[in-house]
Design a protein around this ligand. Structure first.
Ligand code: C2E
Ligand code: CA
Length: 737
């Protein structure tokens, strides 16, 4: 639209300029023509004027009569005077009846009869002179009469003064032919009858034309038989008043529009084109920009609803969608299924293989899930490693099918960075309307089912059941409170002494975490540590424990301090960095610290596990294999990894007095451990009997309620002050000797 109007106005402007140029040229030509015409008229009037100087004269009337002509007088005043003074070429005098009385041409008086050769030519003009207009002659404005306004002759009663003037062809040559009656200028009575007539012919030759040209500033005005050629040259046919063509008048016109047409018009045309091109470019840019804007807007709208990594719809989109799923299901009296999917131990993958690998896994999982779903199912990613599927199964009980499809998606290992990794997922499923009729309720219940799936061993799908809610709520609240407790230092470390069988003295302590809950009272670490592990709180919690233990360790410079490490913490990539930083911070000897690791860590042994163990060892920390004997075939680990201590699990200690198998197992562990140069710690020693037996079986250290419950640091300091070396030591030693 804008383009069209620019073109329209551009063309209009050019047309106006072109027209202005053309018309000013035309006007100039018109003017030049008029001027020329005027000049010719003037030349006629001039000829008449010149004739008048002698023809309207009393003497002329008197000296030229039919009967007697004073030839000397006539020669001097007519023939010679007019030809020499005014350049007339031929001069004739006729009587009232057009009979020739006198002729003068080519500088000589001629026989009057020579007029006959011109009679034909001037006949029309003579007729005009006597009777007014002649039909065959062009009418010219009578400039002569206008210039005679105050001449007495014209004002007077005598109407004898007559004249006629024309440009006509004489022998094919253009000529100004003028005829004027010879009448008195003073004494009118001298005129008798019809007056004589003076006729003169002045040829229009080059000189004649050139003179007119000069007067009109048309310097090259010329007369030629053929039209002249040239730039800006105008050639007009020169036609006599008798309609005879006598060649061409040519001159260079001024062409005032020339500049307009040759300079301004092209300039403006250029300007118009440039403007058009410019505005087209601007328009195109504008359109591009607005297209881009629209695109970006739609992209933004898309991005707002989609997850950048997997390209799946995000939570926002899911929330929008779930209502419509519920409606569709409600209409068909069917169930809507919401499934929460969480990749098991995704954080570990992220931590050990790096975030890029984690991202890659997310994409692969998204693709696999997508491939398993039907087109109408809705798959979205909630960020992290959580996905949600919404579906309305065609058949009742379709949720089982969904669980299967999800588990199929994880059946084969994923290939990440060239490694083949087996990944499992936990799924929480909730059905509408059974488990909730609002989107909110449904999603919350699916989430609870997921939580349950995670806590019952992962790699499974769990359908929501009402009783889960309260349990999960409880764990949830603990999780939240634990976070708060960590922040507000409601956690404490207690210490339980470890007694050397050799000296009977306290040689070390084990740091054990305590949480005093304002409502629930003391909560066992056995209960809240797994919650911390699951909620990602553990790295922080573990660091807090290490930090506190190292700071408390300064109070008991002679004791070793054992600290429990969670598998989660252990797998945490920067454990060695954390330890190094803490050692530096507290300026402690790592050799005083025993890091207790459960078999769980070794069970999932990877290169990473090995290298961390090595790093810990090379820093100088001692290591202990905790809870030894809790069910795994652990003996192999003892050979693979070099531990400083083995801690025999409490159940062995308590059953050793009753079960032979326990005794034998303990016996072989002690033999093997001591053979490898390790200390053997008996945990959970509650009675003197147990203490003696474990000592006798070869354990090097003892720990348990029998000696002391875990107590706070102040109590520990006090205990150290009052502690009497265990009195059975000597007996045991004696027994051993
Ligand atoms: P654990 O490493 O096996 O710790 C020994 C547990 O046995 C402690 O329970 C201790 O109080 C208890 N105990 C000691 N002597 C006796 C006894 O004679 N009889 C009985 N029945 N029990 C005895 P606690 O403090 O409840 O800790 C439970 C578990 O929580 C610990 O088992 C350890 O695995 C974990 N834990 C405690 N503190 C921490 C910690 O700071 N970090 C990590 N990651 N885990 C911790
Ligand atoms: Ca322990």
């Amino acid at each position: 639209m804008i383009g069209v109007s620019i073109t329209f106005f551009g063309v209009l402007l050019l047309a106006v300029i072109a027209y202005a140029g053309w018309s000013s040229n035309q006007t100039a030509i018109e003017r030049e023509r008029t001027l020329l015409e005027n000049a010719l008229n003037q030349s006629i009037a001039g000829a008449l004027d010149q004739q008048k100087s002698v023809a309207w004269w009393d003497d002329a009337v008197v000296k030229i009569t039919k009967n007697a002509i004073d030839l000397d007088f006539v020669d001097a005043n007519f023939g010679i005077f007019l030809t020499e003074t005014y350049g007339h070429d031929e001069v004739y005098i006729l009587d009232g009846s057009d009979r020739p009385l006198y002729a003068f041409w080519e500088a000589e008086r001629r026989d009057p009869s020579t007029f006959e050769r011109r009679r034909q030519t001037v006949a029309g003009m003579l007729a005009e002179l006597w009777r007014g207009e002649h039909p065959n002659l062009k009418l010219r404005p009578d400039i002569f009469s206008e210039s005679q306004g105050n001449y007495r002759l014209l004002a007077g009663a005598v109407q004898a003064a007559r004249w006629a003037g024309h440009i006509i062809s004489v022998d094919g040559r253009p000529a100004v032919v003028a005829a004027l009656t010879i009448v008195p200028n003073v004494d009118m009575s001298l005129l008798k009858g019809k007056p004589n007539v003076l006729v003169s012919i002045t040829y229009i030759d080059e000189a004649f034309v050139a003179k007119i040209g000069r007067s009109l500033l048309l310097l090259d005005l010329g007369l030629s038989p053929k039209p002249a050629q040239g730039d800006g040259v105008l050639s007009e046919a020169f036609v006599g008043d008798d309609s005879v063509a006598m060649g061409y008048l040519s001159w260079t016109t001024r062409r005032p529009g020339h500049v307009l047409l040759t300079i301004i018009l092209p300039l403006v045309a250029f300007g118009v084109i440039a403007t058009a091109v410019l505005s087209m470019t601007i328009l195109r840019r504008l359109r591009q920009a607005s297209d881009e804007l629209a695109l970006r807007e739609s992209q933004a709208r898309y991005e707002a609803k989609h997850d950048a990594l997997s390209g799946l719809p995000n939570r926002v989109y899911m929330v929008e969608k779930i209502e419509s799923f519920l409606r569709v299901a409600g209409r068909g009296q069917r169930r809507a299924v919401a499934a929460y999917i969480d990749i098991d131990r995704f954080k570990d993958i992220n931590d050990t293989l790096g975030h890029e690998a984690g991202d890659h896994l997310i994409k692969l999982v998204a693709a696999r899930l997508k491939a398993r779903l039907r087109p109408k199912d809705f798959l979205s990613r909630f960020g992290g490693d959580e996905f949600v599927i919404l579906t309305v199964p065609a058949a009742p009980g379709g949720d089982a099918g969904l669980a299967e499809r999800v588990s199929h998606a994880f059946a084969s290992p994923f290939s990440i960075n060239g490694q083949s990794i087996r990944v499992t997922a936990s799924v929480g499923i909730a059905l509408a309307p059974d488990n909730g009729v609002t989107a909110d309720e449904l999603m919350r219940h699916a989430d609870i089912a997921l939580y349950q799936a995670k806590n019952t061993g992962r790699d499974r799908a769990v359908l929501f059941a009402a009783e889960m809610a309260s349990e999960v709520e409880h764990r949830r609240s603990i999780e939240l409170e634990l976070r708060a407790a960590l922040e507000s230092e409601l956690l404490r470390l207690h210490y339980q002494p470890i007694i050397s069988c050799r000296t009977g003295d306290i040689v070390g302590v084990e740091a054990l975490l305590r949480w005093y809950h304002p409502v629930h009272g003391e909560i066992s670490p056995a209960a809240f540590i797994p919650i911390a592990e699951n909620s990602g709180l553990l790295p922080e919690l573990g660091e807090w424990v290490l930090d506190r233990a190292m700071s408390d360790a300064a109070r008991w410079p002679k004791l070793d301090v054992a600290v429990n490490l969670s598998p989660v913490q252990f797998r945490h990539v920067d454990l060695d960095a954390t330890l190094r930083a803490l050692v530096a911070k507290h300026d402690v000897d790592p050799g005083r610290f025993v890091l207790e690791i459960t078999e769980g860590v070794l069970l999932k042994a990877t290169d990473h596990t090995g290298s961390i163990l090595k790093a810990i060892g090379s820093m100088g920390f001692k290591t202990a294999l905790d809870d030894f004997g809790t069910g795994y075939a652990s003996l192999a680990y003892l050979c693979n990894f070099k531990f400083d201590k083995i801690k025999i699990e409490r159940s062995f200690v308590s059953s050793v007095s009753k079960l032979d198998t326990s005794r034998r197992i303990v016996q072989s562990v002690v033999t093997l451990g001591r053979g490898l140069g390790m200390d053997i710690v008996a945990e959970g020693v509650e009675t003197e009997t147990e203490a003696v037996m474990m000592a006798e079986l070869g354990c090097t250290e003892l720990q348990g309620y029998y000696f002391s419950r875990p107590i706070d640091a102040d109590a520990m300091t006090e205990l150290l002050r009052v502690f009497q070396p265990w009195h059975l030591v000597r007996a045991v030693r004696a027994a051993g000797e």
